[in-house]
Design a protein around this ligand. Sequence first.
Ligand SMILES: [Ca+2]
Length: 275
Amino acid sequence: MLTAVGAVAAGCAKFGSGGDDGPLGDAAAGGRADGAGADAQAQLGSEARPAADCAELRDAGVPSGVGWLRHPDGVSPAFEVYCEQELNGGGWAMLYNSVFREDGATTAFWQFDYAARLGRMGGAAPDENYYHGALYLIGRDYFDVFTDLAGTTAVAAEVSAEGFDQASMAFIAPSKLTGSDGVFTNQFASGWSSRDHDADTYTENCATRFGNVAQHYSSCWSYNLGADADGEPPFLDGGVGPHVNNGILTELGLAAEPAGGSYSRIQRIARFTRW
Ligand SMILES: [Ca+2]
């Protein structure tokens, strides 16, 4: 459920009222300051006055958080996204976010079926597991970011694509702009599998091999949103969540865990897009 998203609508009156507001996700103020029937004064990024994209909100001085955007096709209804305004220049919508959880909840979050691949679930916040698959239908530029267990953050890859095939979940003509070749090859120029759908390039189903985690795979991954690859199948590692190949972490200047194989737990893996 999107409790964070639902709560924000009431706080939209705060948007743009100054540069020192809290994040958009902070609905503590509640209510609309501008009253009913005041669309002309509605704040940019509110349901009454959706923005063109996250970049418009960034340029208006709105900090990271949930906001309403107009659909780029000019016809479909406005929708809510989490806009990231700090990482990689800002102006990005969060497509997914996998966060380390000691309670083991993260792996379970990513065990969704093929039918949910374009859906939306979780909490729209940097510290919550979140998935907004519908953004693949409009995204053109993407980047993935890692935060290691020491708290260091690095862009793993930035990628441009001409489109997206919603049946196979394959990017159309993806090209790497910056970052790790491994992340590009395995997590962008690749297939997608869930426990009930095999479109990766491995002889088996990468999702069922690795904790039933649904994501992009080739054969199989440089990072996994919910599983490990050290130890024995199903590589759950307590369900704590995001893991990255140690070679990729080193390449990006991030910390690998000092012992325990070729894959490390990290604090966060997130993907963002713009159009
Ligand atoms: Ca396969």
